[in-house]
Design a protein around this ligand. Structure first.
Ligand SMILES: [Ca+2]
Ligand SMILES: [Ca+2]
Length: 275
């Protein structure tokens, strides 16, 4: 595979073309935060068409009967009204697979507070997307203020079956920053070409594999100019290895003759850095 890839690279480099990418849509696959603790966090997703959605994600939770979370919106974001004209923006539709029972939303400055309650003694499995909303960048948007954080049970608590208080079991991963990047752009120059594949191959010689989450704070020692640790992960499987060089190269070859890549390489995505 490596040999084939190197061959392809030398072939392409000989007819080197810089290809500017005009991207109008993209998607994001979350880089999972490792661990098995019950937790809540926000995953920012670029939707088809360029709108930005924020998913409130619950993981590893026991069944919940009633709960509340407080959402803190960084100054880099503004929450858009939902389709029902609700200016508070949080979206919990009847077509969602979860059942929030009764719920209420309050706001306080840039924060949002959601309380939910159901009368089923067995509680509900809320794991997955609890609710979502759409956001836009403000004029002062930058990676450090483009954060969205959730805190469980700030005042409403979090209760399981028989109203057992489980607030203390839950953790709230803290989002420190979020970065927009081009999938596969390992050298951070805003275009996808053979140099990105070369960069990845060089970094992963001797079968080196980097876990994206593990290098989130140290990636610049490996990919000095990448926008974030996730950028070289061309196939978005959470690790950077030589197979990413292959998909980047395949995408570059496809785009250089006007075809759409079979992977998401070249699309805009967003990467959240959690503490
Ligand atoms: Ca590049
Ligand atoms: Ca990968």
């Amino acid at each position: 595979m490596k040999k084939t890839c190197k061959k392809i690279i030398s072939m392409i480099v000989s007819v080197y073309i810089v290809l500017m990418l005009f991207v109008t849509c993209s998607f994001y696959r979350a880089y999972a935060i490792p661990g098995s603790d019950p937790r809540i966090y926000v995953d920012i997703v670029y939707e088809n068409g360029g709108t930005i959605r924020a998913d409130v994600i619950v993981e590893n939770m026991p069944n919940i009967r009633t709960g509340a979370f407080y959402l803190n919106v960084g100054a880099g974001w503004t929450i858009l009204p939902n389709n029902h004209g609700n200016t508070k923006g949080l979206r919990i539709d009847s077509d969602d697979t979860i059942n929030l029972g009764q719920y209420s939303i309050a706001e306080n400055g840039t924060g949002r507070f959601l309380v939910f309650l159901n009368t089923d003694d067995n509680g509900y499995d809320y794991n997955g997307r609890l609710c979502y909303f759409h956001i836009e960048r403000t004029s002062i948007n930058n990676p450090m203020n483009s954060t969205l954080n959730c805190t469980f049970g700030d005042s409403g608590g979090l209760y399981g079956v028989n109203f057992v208080d489980i607030t203390n079991q839950a953790v709230n991963p803290v989002m420190l920053s979020s970065y927009e990047y081009l999938i596969g752009d390992a050298d951070g120059n805003g275009i996808i070409d053979a140099r990105d594949a070369t960069k990845i191959l060089t970094a992963t010689t001797n079968l080196t594999i980097y876990n994206v989450y593990s290098i989130r704070n140290s990636y610049t020692s490996i990919f000095p100019d990448a926008a974030c640790a996730a950028a070289p992960d061309g196939n978005e499987d959470g690790v950077i290895d030589s197979s990413d060089a292959t998909v980047v190269m395949q995408a570059y070859m496809a785009m250089s003759v006007g075809n759409t890549p079979s992977s998401k390489v070249g699309q805009i995505a967003i990467y959240e850095v959690f503490q």
